[in-house]
Design a binder for this molecule. Structure first.
Ligand code: HEM
Length: 508
């Protein structure tokens, strides 16, 4: 019914138009006041500018800028990043509220160009919003792909690849004083391990064998990591998304095109070689092909997650850990003594040795406390209105958890900026999401499904590096710059160039 006719009808029944107008305005006013009361119960935060909101306050190192803001606004604050209200959590207590008590409400992910263009239109696990598809992929991943049993079946792959990498360093170091770029070394080794686990064949990355396709693949993985972790303005200000001002979407489409061609070829090769099924060690693509018979699983998107989730993160974590080993000769020596007491001098470390190396585990924990590779986790988004810590949080609010700040919180950690693995000795501190003071892998439903594989691999590589070689840098440990690179991921500004000298002579 048209508005004028409606007014006539109402007037005809004895209610005049001004009464209706007053009622209408009163309802609007009540609605406005109600919204105001609701939003005033949102957590505090800095003034947000039109359009950009608080985007400019993220600065060059967002986890550091957000830690500074939290000093003023508290452990849960509300920013507006572009168009979207975003909560930032900076204490263990509040992280527990969001990732444990209200885990289900915050188990979704916001829309993103990465989800659309890199993760095959949200058919992976990491970037897909919460729902039945995510639950299905997650279950497959936990029970079939990354279960403890499956990981154990890949043990010889890890041991072989790590041994070969150590020989590679040894051969280089025999040519004279040569610096190992720890970033290239670690990324290349982890690519080799993950590639073989996924694909079943040897990877030919640049540092591993010097093959062009391998090098192109490593470049693509690097490009994918840098575009996925970049702050893409279109994800925050949707009405300028189509402009692609930073050219990120273009780069994503290109990287995805390359990735797709490589993975398509691998899948076809797997399909053709039926005899593979006879092999006793199935790779992840074998398992996915078996599972996806009539299924809706998008194999390429899941493979994308594994490469992305694994390579950059473990590689970065190892580079930071080795930087601390060079910077702290006391810790390095203590670790080497432990490894030698378990393994001796005549053989290399195997995965069965790792269980007896308590200090090694403490070193890895301490490194992930100070240098979590995903310092703000991945962004979460709420799927329902809820009340957390006395604040009203509407549906579709985004959430970032500053695990970098939590790991350095002086209220929890004694002498928090010092690298001191001893703080973990004799303490049962869990890093897989049960202890909220240290959350390198997140917690709850969206916590990292690759955490066991990540820590096992880190321990093995670190133990081998420290068992086989002594390490230093040009100019000595005090000369080592620990500055971080610009961006949301925690990477070194200058890659670690470490000088090895052979420590044990009989095992390489
Ligand atoms: C040191 C190494 C690693 C670190 C520090 C790390 C850390 C993380 C973090 C912080 C998250 C997000 C948690 C959240 O949003 O609450 C995550 C999610 C994820 N990680 Fe890892 N990760 C590592 C290694 C791996 C590996 C080796 C894989 C697989 C092979 C992997 C696969 C994934 C996937 C698929 C997700 C998304 C889970 C989901 O949304 O349901 N990660 N990881």
């Amino acid at each position: 019914m048209e508005f004028s006719r409606m007014m006539e009808t109402i007037s005809g029944r004895g209610i005049d138009a001004s009464t209706v107008a007053i009622a209408f305005i009163s309802i609007l006013l009540l609605f406005y006041i109600f919204r105001k009361i609701k939003s005033s119960r949102m957590p505090p935060g800095p003034f947000a500018w039109p359009i950009i909101g608080n985007l400019h306050q993220l600065g060059k190192l967002p986890y550091r800028s957000l830690q500074d803001l939290a000093q003023k606004y508290g452990p849960v604050m509300c920013l507006r990043l572009g168009y979207f209200p975003t909560l930032v959590v900076s204490s263990a207590e509040m992280a527990k509220e969001f990732l444990k008590t209200h885990d289900l409400a915050f188990a979704s992910r916001p829309e993103s160009a990465a989800g659309r263009y890199m993760a095959y239109n949200y058919t992976d696990m990491a970037l897909v919003p919460y729902g039945p598809y995510w639950r299905h992929v997650r279950k497959v991943c936990m029970t079939e792909l990354l279960s403890a049993k499956r990981l154990e079946s890949f043990r010889s792959i890890r041991e072989e690849e790590v041994y070969e990498a150590m020989r590679g360093i040894w051969e280089k170091s025999r040519q004279g004083r040569v610096a190992i770029n720890m970033n290239t070394f670690a990324q290349s080794l982890i690519s080799a391990i993950i590639w073989r686990i996924l694909v079943g064949t040897k990877y030919s990355g640049d540092d591993v064998a010097g093959n062009d396709q391998g090098k192109e693949f490593s470049n693509m993985v690097e490009e994918v990591s840098s575009t996925v972790t970049a702050v893409n303005l279109g994800d925050y200000i949707p009405y300028i998304d189509w402009l692609d001002l930073q050219g990120i979407k273009k780069r994503m489409r290109k990287a995805n095109g390359f990735f797709d061609r490589v993975v398509q070829k691998i899948i076809e090769e797997h399909d053709n070689v039926k005899s593979r099924q006879a092999s006793n060690v199935k790779d992840i693509i074998d398992v996915l092909l078996e599972l996806s018979g009539n299924d809706t699983l998008n194999i390429k998107a899941i493979i994308f997650d594994m490469f992305l989730g694994g390579i950059g993160t473990i590689g970065t974590a190892l580079e930071w850990t080795m930087s601390e080993m060079v910077k702290n000769p006391r810790v390095a020596k203590k670790l080497q003594e432990e490894i030698e007491s378990v393994v001796g001098k005549d053989r290399i470390v195997t995965e069965s040795d790792l269980g007896s190396m308590e200090y090694l585990k403490c070193v890895v924990k301490e490194s992930l406390r100070l240098y979590p590779p995903a310092p703000l986790l991945f962004p979460h988004e709420s799927t329902q209105d809820c009340v957390v810590g006395g604040f009203f949080i509407p549906q579709k609010t985004r959430l970032m958890v500053n695990v970098w700040a939590i790991g350095r919180d002086p209220a929890v950690w004694d002498d928090p900026l010092t690298f001191k693995p001893e703080r973990f000795i004799g303490k049962d501190i869990d890093i897989f999401g049960r202890d909220f003071n240290i959350l390198p892998f997140g917690a709850g439903r969206r916590g990292c499904p690759g955490s066991l594989m990540a820590v096992g691999t880190m321990e093995l590589v670190l133990a081998q590096l420290m068992h086989c070689f002594n390490w230093t840098v040009e100019g000595g440990p005090s000369n080592l710059d620990m500055t971080e690179a610009f961006g949301a991921a925690l990477t070194r500004k200058e890659h670690l160039l470490a000088l090895p000298s052979l420590k044990v002579t009989n095992c390489l």
